[in-house]
Each structure stands twice: as C-alpha cells, then as structure tokens.
Design a protein. Sequence first.
Length: 363
Amino acid sequence: MLATTRDGAVSLLTLRRPDRRNALNLELCRALDAAARAEVEAGARVLVLTGEGTSFCSGADLGGVYGAEFLDALYGMLHGLTRLPVPVVAAVNGPAIGAGTQLALASDLRVADATATFGVPTARNGMAVDAWTMRTLQTVAGGGMARRLMLAAETVDRDEALRCGLADRSGTLDDALAWAAEIATLAPLTLAHNKLVLNGGSDADVDRTFAACWASEDVREAAAARTEKRAPVFRGSEAPRPSFVAPRTESDDDRGRGGARPTLPVEPPRTPRALGQKWRPRHRHAAVLRGRNGRSLREMRRVPTEFLQPARRWRHFCTSPRRPARGRRSRSTAASPTSRPRRSPAQAPTPPAAAVRPGAGTA
C-alpha cells in the first residue's frame, strides 16, 4: 500500500495501489501520515511523494469517503504534511485528481511529467473540500485558475500548471529526486523557518524558529566555509548556550555564616544584539547629523521640513550657522570691536590726491 525508500537525507514515499490508480482510503491516509513523521524523526531532510504506475493519485476511494473517520484521516494527513519541518516534493507522474491535487497542494514543491493533470471535480459528484484546499489553490495557482478548477470543474495539463504556478518544474521522478538531493544540502533550520512562515505559522513559533536559526552552529559553519572557500556542511544543530553563571566567591561575611553563598545565575546582557534586535536610528539621516558641527539628536527634532529631502541640503544645514529657535530671543546683533562697519553708497571712499590727473582741476 505504501513503500518507503531512503537515500541519504532524501526519503521517497510511493503510493502502491495501482489497481485503484493510487486512490486514497482510510488505511493509506493513516499509513502516509505515520510514515512521513517517522522519516522526519529518523533524520530525513526532504520527502518525495509519488505514485506507482501511470497515476499519481486519482483522488479518494469512492467506496469509503462518506464517513467522518475518513475525512479526519485525510485532512489530518494533509495538514500534517504542511506542519512537517522539512520540505515535501510531489513527483506528479500522472493524473492528480481530487485528493491527488490536494496531496500536491500539501507538498511544498511540485515536479510534473508530461502526463500530469490536475483537477478538483467536486462539483461533478456533489462533494466538497475544505477551505484550506481552495485558499491554498488560490495562493499557489492564482484566483483565475482556482475558479476554473473549483467552479467550472476543469482539468489542466502540465503546461498550464507550469504557467500558473501549480507545478514548479517539469520532469520525471529522477528529476524530483535530484532536486530533493540539492535541497537536502541546505540549512535545515532555515528551511524549517521559511516553510513555517510561508504556511502562516503563529508569531510565537516564527520567533522561536528565527531565534533557533541565529543560535545554531550552521551560522558559524557558513562563515567558516566562506573563509576556507569550501561548501558548507549544515547539521541543523543549535549552538550550546552559555550558562551566564557568576564565579563562586567567598567573603568574610560568608565565612562567618558557615560557608559560601549559593551561586546565583546572572542574567545575560539585554543589549539589542543579545536580544536579536537591530539598532535603528530615529530617521535615515541620524548618522549624518551625529557629531557634525555640534549638532545632536535633540536638535534634529527641530529641523525644518525643507531639509528632509536631499542629502546635499543636510550638508548645507550642518555647515550653516545656527538659526535661532522659534519663540526665543535671538542673539544680539551689535557689532563687535573687531568687526568692520558696513558702508553706505554715500560714504564711498574718494580717490587719493596722487591719483588726480594733471590739468583735471575745477573750472
């Protein structure tokens, strides 16, 4: 019913019901869910789903889809694939109809061969799919294609699926396995974080995976690989966290009380870098004004708006003399002893006597 094959960090899960064109029933849904979780726990970094024979998955087995138990198993398996911390690649080797299209949508990436087709003909048999299926189809393939599949019950081939994004690549099972092997060499914690964000994980889970990425050994391994000019080898392990324990000392007061005090943990420094935050200036010109011509961050709040656009005006503003603040008395404009008085046009200097030409006397 389900075959599992392991090749390094890639696990291949094959639906084996060729007589029913790999249709999903209660047992196959439960087996697929359990096998996927078991392979991830065993260390698989990428899962590949495919079908045996000439069909990927022809949908749900109509002999047992009318019970609530089957629906719980089906959607539990589909949603479980989206919650796995590893990428899932669907090698669509034939028709993916109904639940087969849902299985392809639950995968993160889809490789379709020349015989692949997609469709959700629930309107033809009076059934329905959940809201997650239609919203995911709209996100992946677009609103127009989602309406064609859900409202007109159309079936699209491989070329149309590639154009709309329902299929990511064209190729066979070997191409899907080769792509999965390339993905398996990437940083696993980063892939888990990216998948969680793309699938709409909660803010708490996103913050947790974000912090795990930056606290992992993979960051140091990537830096070392760049220095040594080699390919990084990611292991997906978190770095050991420092204990931040204060050194044990013994004072005179402790000796009088019969021994040293118990060691208390010291809180780590609550700096922006330690908290995983970035320092951000008050605006994009904070670094320009800091420490230039005596300007401070406090004076930036009184900058006129005409100086907020071009950078050259900032340089002119920093080198120009201070302007009096609005509402305050300006400085005295009395001339200093060393300043030169301004002359009016009536006080223009007369040329010296030696400069008068001979014979230019008065009449």
